[in-house]
Design a binder for this molecule. Structure first.
Ligand code: FAD
Length: 317
């Protein structure tokens, strides 16, 4: 079922969902299931599965370094299919511009359609690790808007190069990313919102936000988006702080601010067990306020660990 249908069917009740990261190459998928199992009691109608960009590795060959391209966490679509059938839940693969040609994206979408996957998140992806800025892959898309258009074309039975009389068209529901504290490369929040509007005009059906810790920023973002004419559901993405290092890491990686009150509480903690408790309690309060405001879904970034998301869900749902 489409995410937008899940939301409509819930008739104003806030749904619970979460995002997972595929295991590293060589790790058993059971580890992933062990993290999903405890969250299934909260009946998520859908689970997101991230996609990691390719990276370079250098192999010493007789004193010369040979550069190879690898993906450390492959298997997004396979994992989506496995989870969908194991738990009878909708899964949302993240589809990236970066690292994929348009043709590879088309094949991936065809696989999704055959597997009964009806939702996809259309994302540009970040720059590769060694690059300062995002560079489009040869033959790939530069912005997520273009990817949304490709998916919409496929929904209309239009493939990239082949003239096909499609009688079994895909009908993907498309999610895109939104940034309450603006995307790091955007010159202003206003410009970033105009880009978001372009994604919605190209056919995006819903928005999931970057994580934020100050609900005011989310409420202001939604209000500004509505003013801009973005009328699709805007799903808040949130995460409980789990370790002290998050105070530096999250602003650095996601270009977000943390509220003073949260920083103070985390700073007071003697160890990460105490930080985890602070993170869970803060996230419960944050979730309750969002729930009260009637958000369609509370979407949690589990980052591969479900125990603290479970503790939050127990306090909220
Ligand atoms: P876009 O919407 O293309 O925007 C990128 C930048 O370009 C923005 O600054 C925007 O303002 C600007 N822009 C857009 N259109 C134009 C235009 N026409 N002209 C000029 N500028 C323009 N990353 C991963 O690698 N894997 C994942 O699985 C993943 N999942 C994510 C899930 C969520 C909910 C979120 C919020 C992010 C996720 N990301 C993921 C990170 C995301 O890929 C990065 O934030 C990336 O840098 C931007 O992606 P986007 O889809 O928002 O890009």
């Amino acid at each position: 079922m489409k995410i937008t249908e899940h939301i409509a069917q819930a008739k104003g009740k806030t749904l619970f969902s979460f995002e997972i990261i595929p295991p590293q190459k060589g790790k058993n998928i059971q580890e992933l299931y062990n993290n999903i199992d405890p969250l299934m009691e909260f009946k998520p109608p859908f689970i997101d599965v991230t996609t990691s960009r390719e990276e370079y590795i250098y192999i010493d060959k007789d004193g010369l370094l040979d550069r190879k391209t690898t993906r450390m966490r492959p298997g997004t679509v396979g994992i989506c299919a496995a989870i969908k059938h194991k738990y009878n839940v909708d899964t949302v693969p993240h589809v990236l511009c970066g690292g994929f040609t348009k043709e590879e994206t088309e094949y991936l979408l065809v696989d999704c359609h055959y597997l009964g996957i009806e939702n996809v998140m259309a994302l540009r992806g970040d720059a590769m690790k060694h690059e300062q800025y995002f560079k489009a892959t040869n033959g790939g898309h530069t912005f997520a808007t273009e990817l949304v258009s490709q998916i919409q074309n496929l929904n209309a039975g239009k493939y990239l190069h082949d003239v096909i009389d499609a009688d079994d068209k895909a009908d993907f529901c498309i999610g895109v990313a939104g940034y309450p504290e603006k995307h790091l490369e955007a010159p202003s929040l206003v410009t970033d919102l105009k880009r978001l509007k372009q994604k919605v005009d190209a056919g995006a059906d819903y928005v999931v936000t970057q994580m934020f810790f100050d609900n005011k920023k989310y409420f202001e973002f939604v209000a500004a988006a509505r003013k801009e004419g973005i009328m699709v559901p805007i799903i808040p993405g949130i995460k409980p702080i789990a370790v002290k290092r998050h105070l530096q890491l999250l602003p650095q990686v996601f270009k977000i601010d943390l509220p003073e009150e949260l920083i103070k509480e985390v700073d007071k903690c003697k160890d990460n067990k105490a930080v985890r408790q602070v993170g869970v309690e803060y996230c419960i309060q944050q979730s309750k306020e969002l729930l009260k405001a009637g958000v369609p879904v509370l979407h949690y970034y589990s980052m591969g660990k479900s125990d603290n998301v479970k503790a939050v869900a127990q306090g909220v749902f």
